[in-house]
Design a protein around this ligand. Sequence first.
Ligand code: CA
Length: 238
Amino acid sequence: MDRIDTMTGKSILVVEDEEAIAEAVRARLASEGYRVNVVHDGPQALRAAAQERPDLVVLDLMLPGMDGLEVCREIQRTDWVPVLMLTARTEETDKVAGFAVGADDYLTKPFSLRELAARVKAILRRMERIRQTSPTEPMNRFDLMVDPARRRVVKGPDEVPLTPLEFEILLTLARSPGVVFSRDQLMDRVWGYRDYAGGRVVDSHVARIRRKLGDEAGEPRYIRTVHGVGYAFREDGL
Ligand code: CA
């Protein structure tokens, strides 16, 4: 604690079974002023997440015993905590991104520690912004009810289980019906940064939101694609 002046007050749980990577990640994040705890498998991760309630979890996908997807799902079940997933290959990232487990972001190995630190910072900044946004009244859009304070979406009688990122995207669009958001704008607002794969990441998230809302590809009822530009929440009737 001799570096108390640089402490951010944020705690990060690192779940990684490869010792060398775990140590490199720990050292870098500690040097950025975070409190860092490292565990090496899924069951330890679940215990640590429940006990420490970290501000963010850096989670390796390939873990012994219990895979990262399962860990991510379990962690998100009880707590809304952002997860930065580490994957071994780009194809794996694509696959993982297709699962709605609530990971907030993905990094493909090998990654630079600088990139890792930048992602962590962006996610924590976004969480801060979300917390500071004053709660607003639930919005009714067609048969959807979007509740920013409770971070839930209800369609008719049913709650729609959205991940934190999916909720942010839907909220951003639904707050301003008819306003077209480019992929870059969504990246900025929701993720807090842009990267080369930005468009693709936004598209895959929107596709998942539509699927969960039962939005049909041909004539989406809620989120409209504006070709060559981005997305908008519909303002006209069904
Ligand atoms: Ca591993």
